[in-house]
Design a protein around this ligand. Structure first.
Ligand SMILES: [Zn+2]
Length: 383
């Protein structure tokens, strides 16, 4: 009897830790690239501390979790050299590359009008490339069919995607009429979409919004009106934008758009040409916010008939190669920008202190989960 109990303890205990581990790694940390980076850093530290077993173990996890086999192999070589030279009782020579000045340029890829045809292709590419993006969704599209509802659910459940408000009705695609109609009607449409998304977005975050058909900014740090409409029309619409700002909405426009030409049915620029334009905007500082480029795209331009997946992947890969850092619009403004920006609203639709707390909590959670993950793996080997 005792033998059976011991058998169960010995066999099931490690098994149990392993299943727990898998739970943490699958549910807790979705960003495998992030996890791999941290693992590799920890390998570095373990080598420096001459904890060879720990370094080897961490390396194997980095190998499992990862896309970048090359970096793992590089570290593996270093570990072997370090062990070999240490056994000859000389301290291992650890070469740590100096931190390059990277990631100064930030890109915000934004996708409008989903859920719709093309949305699934966007999701597929983003999962493969693992970059954060912002999705401005239209409530009426979500409600229009079960197919769109399920496309929306995929956006909602995707950890790379930030959900944002693009009005409920998309102004029925009649912008001049919509923005000159009653303010109550405009506000009702935008708050209807906000309510629809409410349960799916982080509580206490600013109501990230983009107007349908209008490139308008209303932010604590920056205010601008649509440059593409006539002065006369603008004079009639301006008070509607201001009303939304006073009601507490954060309105985001864009610095550059990537689209399909109506005539040729092809992309207006190749991904290469678009990145050249983006780089020029950045260099000449023709941006709403210095160093930050917001790119507008529409889900529909990534349908198969335009070879959307290939083109979007290409764009992201070129941006990566040119050291752009990808972010979602929730990091476009810092907490100080929000608190001390020169433009102030009347209504507050979120609590800034809670937002700041949530933001740092999210970061900490990610790091804690990773630490748990590492310590659990190591304990397992001791059993
Ligand atoms: Zn739109």
């Amino acid at each position: 009897m005792y033998r059976v109990v011991w058998f169960l303890v010995l066999v099931l205990l490690p098994f149990n830790s392993i299943t727990q581990l898998q739970f943490v790694s699958q549910e807790g940390i979705s960003d495998s690239r992030y996890r791999q980076n941290i693992l590799l850093k920890k390998v570095d530290i373990a080598i420096a501390e001459k904890s060879w077993d720990k370094a080897e173990l961490l390396l194997s996890f980095a190998y499992d979790s990862g896309r970048s086999r090359y970096r793992v192999k590089e570290l593996e070589k270093r570990l072997k050299t370090a062990i070999a030279s240490n056994s000859k009782s000389t301290p291992p020579h650890i070469v740590t590359k100096p931190a390059k000045k990277r990631y100064q340029k930030t890109i915000y890829l934004t996708f409008d009008d989903g859920p719709m045809k093309g949305t699934t292709n966007v999701i597929d590419v983003i999962n493969k490339e693992q970059v954060p993006v912002t999705m401005f969704v239209v409530g009426q599209h979500i409600d229009s069919s079960p197919t769109n509802r399920s496309r929306y659910n995929k956006i909602r459940d995707n950890s790379y995607m930030l959900l944002a408000n693009h009005t409920y009705s998309h102004a029925h695609d009649r912008y001049n009429t919509f923005y000159t109609s009653s303010k109550r009607k405009i506000l009702k449409d935008i708050s209807k979409n906000r309510k629809l998304l409410r349960d799916d977005i982080l509580p206490n975050s600013p109501p990230y919004t983009r107007l349908a058909g209008r490139n308008v900014y209303r932010l604590p740090t920056y205010v601008s009106d649509d440059p593409y409409i006539t002065k006369r029309q603008l004079a009639r619409e301006k008070s509607s934008y201001d009303m939304l700002w006073h009601e507490g909405y954060y309105l985001y426009g864009w610095d550059i758009e990537w689209g399909i030409s109506r005539k040729t049915k092809r992309y207006r620029e190749t991904p290469h040409r678009l990145v050249q334009k983006i780089e020029r905007l950045y260099k000449e500082d023709k941006l709403a916010t210095k160093g930050k480029v917001i790119v507008l795209m529409h889900d529909r331009i990534f349908q198969d008939k335009y070879n959307g997946k290939k083109n979007l992947s290409k764009l992201i890969q070129i941006l990566k190669a040119k050291n752009w850092r990808f972010e979602t619009l929730d990091s476009y403004l810092t907490i100080d920008d929000i608190k001390q920006g020169k433009y102030t609203q009347q209504k507050k639709l979120f609590n800034i202190d809670k937002f700041a707390k949530n933001r740092s909590q999210q970061k900490r959670n990610k790091e804690n989960q990773l630490d748990n993950f590492l310590s659990m793996k190591i304990d397992t080997t001791k059993l």
